[in-house]
Write a protein that binds this ligand. Sequence first.
Ligand SMILES: [Zn+2]
Length: 373
Amino acid sequence: MSGNINLGRIGGVQVRINWSWLVIFALIAWSLADGVFPAQNPGLSNGTYVAMAIAAALLFFGSLLLHELGHAWQARREGLEIDGITLWLFGGVSQFKSGFPSAGAEFRIAIAGPLVSLALGVAFVLVALAGLPSSVDGVAAWLGYINLALLVFNLIPALPLDGGRVLRAALWETKGDLGWATRIGTDIGRGFGYLFIALGVAMFIFQGSFSGAWLAFIGWFLLQAATAEARYIATEAALEGLRVRDLMVREPVTADADLTVGQFMDEVARSRRFTTYPVVDGERPVGLLAFGSIAALPRSEWDSRRVRDAMIPLEQVPLLSENESAVEALTALSSPTSNRGLVLENGHLAGLLSITDLTRALELRRPLRPARA
Ligand SMILES: [Zn+2]
């Protein structure tokens, strides 16, 4: 997902927000200040409504964050590596680096977020019932309502919602087939997606209600997300059992870091043209040279620049090991800025792997493995 703003780490988990969240934040604050609070808590000043709206929107943001952190922290307790949390439109997405180790682990990770929402919802309702001043009371009541509404929405048994994950874990546990369980979950996800879109459009047309537009939008989101999840699992199944060593290019042609660009062009690239060359300093791998980046250099600089100056330094290159699974490698090489990685074994260069090698493997394997009916 692009367009993310980094908020730093909370409890060891990287947190980002998508730009779409800023839009939602503004919309929520505006609708609260302009509609909800004046209707629910009449007789307060405009300034108070604005302050209430901003406080409520911020606490809502905090609630979503805690929900996602509930998933992420539980995942860490289960021993899963987490890439981070991205908050966007209707909540968050926790990015896991690898698949779930077991149905039980998926169940506990899936249910952790809704449990946080339940606790928050109940806590805010209790505050709302405590007889505090009208402004505090209004904010707490809305937060209690929205957290409980979120809980109900998230428990719909449709992938990739939390309820869908709970359902998948249960199906996975009973039949022991993750692929089958995922297909049922994502089919239900798509079903709800279409249902929400249809209902939303009908509400919008026949009642002129803007909630209808929202519902249709949520349906569209669900449809997209369920489709993406189904595709991911299909990819995972297609790459099953393959490791980096099966797909990498062994003994790739390397470039010496101290060669000038001119020397590299004459001595290496002229006879052995590739799109990428691992760069070595003696025996030690130090980076990756993209042919495109030196071909773009003006010829007049070829003798003054060295391969070392034109390469991508090792710190910015995805590093893989021979034994890593192809699915993990696919995740590591899926970023638009780094779609090639070096395969290292005890600090030595063992091979080169690109996203192209992986997609080629996918194309070769897919027809051989028809979807299990
Ligand atoms: Zn959740």
